[in-house]
Ligand binder design. Structure first.
Ligand code: TLP
Length: 343
């Protein structure tokens, strides 16, 4: 049977044999009592990697972001984020539903906004009739913008702005590992600018489940409470934590291969007539392109019939994500399929 080439997301990656072995061998205990040695080891390792006092293993990226926002805010507060931020576009309205907060959107360029754009949005403290600005949120890499990297100088400037106005600064670092591998800036050198960070283990790193949130000890103590309140207190979770630990220890450097595959794909797609692609925005493992003369639905259906699964980004945009379970040869085959669709 022909193998399906699945480029919908890096979330589809399956745990490798070595990762499964680490899961099988994991020592476990009741993590709600903090007695799971493997979960404890993962949290310690992740906190060190991110240069933070403490970390917490949570079920997903959405849960990570939402717990962080909940801990940093009170109902009625406002969080400033980019208009295409995952917390705004893809988290089921959870900021409002779970924390009673509203989002104020910045019209960034390729997912990046500047301090000059944010400053006018910060509500004056004296304005009792307005929502209270509490958090600035940044997504790095930026998913809906196509895996773009937020320049470190800009992050530093935003963090200084947040400090100036006494605001918290949150990082949705679902793919911070990709940014780090591409720029050579360590995860800790990114994380040090933020009060809270949320990072995924289950995307390009290949773990089946889970995210890490990190911050001060006091922050994580509160996050631990919220995780339990939202039904995320897990018991013998070391089986999953072992996969996360394996992912952090073994799978970060190899993300570079995914970036190379994305560039190869982007280069090939740029030569196909009828497709629009901004090659310079392919900075990590996400490739966005627009087909002319065909609806996205039609394009996706034709690709699927030919054995290639693709996803969507913004309206009218197709998304292909490279990852460890797709080879360079398969990228080549996918290109040929796309070429044929466009004939
Ligand atoms: N992104 C998914 C979809 O939700 C779009 C994907 O396939 O890329 N932050 C960012 C920046 C993300 O890209 C995602 C997942 C999350 C948070 C949420 O992670 P999960 O899916 O683990 O809740």
């Amino acid at each position: 049977m022909k193998k399906i080439i699945d480029l919908r997301s890096d979330t589809i990656t399956k745990p490798s044999q070595e990762m499964r072995k680490a899961m099988y061998d994991a020592e476990v205990g009741d993590d709600v009592y903090k007695e799971d040695p493997t979960a404890n080891e993962l949290e310690k390792y992740a906190a060190e990697l991110l240069g933070k006092e403490a970390a917490l293993f949570v079920a997903s990226g959405v849960m990570g972001n939402q717990i962080c926002l909940n801990v940093l805010t009170q109902p009625g507060d406002e969080v400033i984020c980019e208009k295409d931020a995952h917390i705004f576009q893809y988290e089921s309205g959870s900021p409002a539903a779970l924390s009673g907060i509203q989002l104020s959107l910045v019209d960034g360029t390729n997912g990046v906004f500047t301090p000059e754009q944010v400053e006018p949005l910060i509500r004056p403290e004296s304005a009792y009739y307005m929502a209270r600005t509490k958090v600035i949120e940044v997504e790095n890499t930026h998913n809906r913008a196509g895996g773009t990297i937020n320049p470190i100088g800009n992050i530093k400037a935003l963090s200084e702005l947040a400090k100036k106005y006494n605001l918290y600064f949150h990082l949705d670092g679902a793919r911070i590992w990709n940014a780090s591998v591409e720029t050579g800036i360590s995860p800790a050198d990114y994380a040090k600018h933020f009060d809270s960070v949320s990072c995924c283990l289950s995307k390009g790193l290949g773990a089946p489940i889970g995210s890490i949130i990190a911050g001060t000890k006091d922050f994580i103590k509160e996050a631990y409470r919220v995780r339990k309140a939202w039904g995320g207190g897990m018991r013998q979770v070391g089986i999953l934590a072992a996969a996360g630990l394996f992912a952090l220890k073994n799978n970060i450097p190899r993300l570079k291969e995914d970036h190379i595959k994305a560039k190869v794909l982007a280069e090939a797609l740029s030569k196909i007539s009828g497709l629009t692609i901004q090659k310079e925005l392919v900075q990590t493992n996400i490739v966005m392109f627009i087909p002319s003369k065909m609806s996205v639905e039609n394009f996706l259906a034709k690709a699927k019939d030919a054995g290639v699964l693709l996803g969507t980004g913004k309206v009218g945009v197709i998304r292909a994500v490279t990852h460890m379970d797709v080879s360079t040869e398969e990228i080549d085959q996918a290109t040929k399929v796309i070429e044929k669709i466009m004939l």
